[in-house]
Write a protein that binds this ligand. Structure first.
Ligand code: MN3
Length: 207
């Protein structure tokens, strides 16, 4: 397997204005995401696993297969690489609104309604202590939708949960524009969610 490379953003750095500002997007992508990508490659080289047959999702789903000395680094950099790859695609200019189709129905089943889901996701994510992510995940064991949070860059895949929609609440994701007002960032972020993409992710895994 070739080295991992920073995936290009599917839109321009200023495309999510005014909700997420250009400077934040540029630094977040070219510095932070690049650093996780580099860290992942360096870790894989260190353990002679650059040719690991599995894509990073497979590795994260089975962290015990990684030699113990590198497990934390793979969790962090590999999670950081994959979480951010998904994050960029989870957003789009003129996004927001509500999901449709089967995902909308299932959100109704598991959360009561879309507004109840949104409230649970927002509250739970705003309340994360320190750095981490809020997630809508698909639990393949129970064929259910769940809200969960992970610390730092830990991926839901490490808990055998399929990430559908994640929100990065590290300060680097919002501090330039929102400073300490994480709640304002979270509320604004809903305006750029790429629901058609999240619906497709759900349909690919839902049984
Ligand atoms: Mn980030």
């Amino acid at each position: 397997m070739a080295k991992y490379e920073l995936p290009p953003l599917p839109y321009s750095y200023d495309a999510l204005e005014p909700h997420i500002d250009e400077s934040t997007m540029k630094i977040h992508h070219t510095k932070h995401h690049q650093a996780y990508t580099d860290g992942l490659n360096e870790t894989l080289i260190r353990i002679n696993a650059l040719s690991h047959k599995n894509y990073i999702i497979g590795i994260l789903s089975d962290l015990n297969s990684v030699t113990e000395i590198a497990r934390d680094a793979i969790n962090f950099h590999g999670g950081g690489y994959e979480n951010h790859r998904m994050f960029w695609e989870s957003m789009k200019p003129n996004g927001g609104g509500k999901p449709g189709g089967r995902l909308a129905d299932e959100i109704g089943v598991y959360f009561g309604s879309f507004s109840e889901f949104k409230e649970k996701f927002s509250k739970g994510t705003i309340a994360i202590q320190g750095s981490g992510w809020g997630w809508l995940v698909y639990n393949q064991t129970y064929s259910s939708l769940e809200f969960t949070i992970t610390p730092n860059q830990t991926s839901p895949w490490t808990q055998r949960l399929v990430p559908l929609l994640g929100l990065d609440v590290w300060e680097h994701a919002y501090y330039l524009k929102y400073q300490n007002r994480r709640i304002d960032y979270v509320n604004a972020w809903w305006n750029v969610v790429n629901w058609p993409e999240i619906e497709e992710r759900f349909l690919r895994v839902a049984s």
